[in-house]
Ligand binder design. Structure first.
Ligand code: KG4
Ligand code: ZN
Length: 343
């Protein structure tokens, strides 16, 4: 028998995502981004994002259905990001998902965006081992999690005490005159740069916690660049990008490997937009191999926000007989990572 068809809806930030998943098979992943509308502000403008979601929501679902060769009536369950994220943006997806669920008479799961970033890996690499350590690095979050069971239990081990890793990429890109969001252009510039050109600080590197800090690194990059500009010394953007990226990748991978060792866990999974970073992926692979750990990272296109990740988590919840959400649940911009679904 065919596994149930799950529609996933994602609108927590600036991507309107509609994904279709059957079991662990990805059938469609339609994403519309409003990033171009935010670029000149150097960051996501919540009201602009909400309006863009409103326009892109139904077309994205229709596109996903067309790609999958499915009709709305074929959908067996719906999952939607209930949080964390921008309130107004979340609201658009949650309202759309409720309308689809009500009209179709199908179960609805309000799910955690962060757990979905982990679940998406199952579409590419099969069932996640349990337990697994997850390094979650996005524009809004940087966390290390112990995941005994993706459907029912996520245990936070540590998180950033200031900026998220993606936020640091975005801020450093801005001071280097690179476009928003900063991750991809820094990643690209760093390819021709020298990662040892500047010794930028690794916050909380040896503090024995699983917390991160990126605000000192960002300030240090700003001072380094400013000092050279004032002295009339040319600043090599590739060198700064490579040195900054090295500092981020170094501290993230070191702590992730430490977390695996400390908890006796043999598998690491990395998720979130920053997991698309080429240096982070390479260094994680290198260090996991050296430590005898198995690494899983979804392909870059599934690391950044999308609807397929939400569908992937919904499919897992459905397969595990987790009860769906009540239709009157509210979007929660500060949904804690421990709440995998909302009641
Ligand atoms: O997960 P995501 O798409 O949205 C949030 O949930 O925040 O992550 C977006 C973040 C942005 O800060 C962006 O600069 C970063 O992911 N990002 C990258 C790369 N691609 C996206 N950071 C570093 N290297 C990349 N290649
Ligand atoms: Zn995200």
């Amino acid at each position: 028998m065919n596994a149930p068809l799950v529609l996933g809806i994602e609108t927590s930030c600036d991507e309107t995502g509609a994904g279709l998943v059957r079991g662990r098979r990805l059938l469609a992943d339609a994403v519309a981004s409003s990033v171009a509308e935010h670029a000149r502000f150097g960051g996501v403008v919540p009201e602009v994002a909400s309006r863009a979601h409103l326009e892109a929501m139904v077309p994205a679902v229709d596109r996903a259905l067309a790609t999958a060769g499915a009709r709305l009536a074929d959908v067996d369950a719906i999952a939607v990001t209930a949080g964390p994220g921008l309130s107004g943006a979340l609201l658009v997806g949650v309202c759309a998902a409720k309308a689809y669920a009500l009209a179709l008479g199908k179960p609805l799961y309000g799910v955690n965006h962060l757990a979905a970033h982990i679940a998406v890996d199952q579409l590419e690499h099969g069932p996640l081992p349990a337990p697994v350590i997850a390094l979650l690095v996005s524009g809004g979050h940087s966390s290390l999690l112990l995941v005994p069971d993706l459907a029912t239990a996520v245990v936070p081990l540590g998180a950033t005490i200031d900026d998220a890793a993606g936020e640091a990429f975005d801020k450093v890109a801005r001071l280097l005159g690179l476009p928003f969001p900063g991750g991809p252009p820094i990643d690209a510039a760093a390819r021709s740069g020298n990662p040892a050109a500047a010794a930028f600080p690794r916050g909380k590197y040896r503090d024995q916690t699983f917390d991160f800090s990126f605000s000192g690194l960002k300030t240090s990059v700003a001072r380094w660049v400013e000092a050279r500009r004032q002295a009339g010394i040319a600043v090599s953007v590739p060198d700064v990008a490579a040195s900054f990226q090295e500092a981020v990748a170094d501290v993230l991978t070191r702590k992730a490997v430490d977390a695996c060792r400390a908890h006796g866990v043999g598998h690491l999974v990395i998720g979130g937009g920053v997991a698309a970073n080429s240096r982070l992926r390479a260094l994680a692979e290198e260090r996991c191999t050296a430590a005898g750990l198995r690494l899983r990272v979804p392909r870059p296109g599934l690391c950044t926000d999308n609807g397929a990740m939400v569908a992937a988590l919904g499919a897992e919840l459905l397969a595990r007989d987790v009860p769906p959400s009540q239709l009157d649940f509210a979007a929660d911009s500060a949904l804690p990572v421990t709440s995998i679904t909302v009641p």
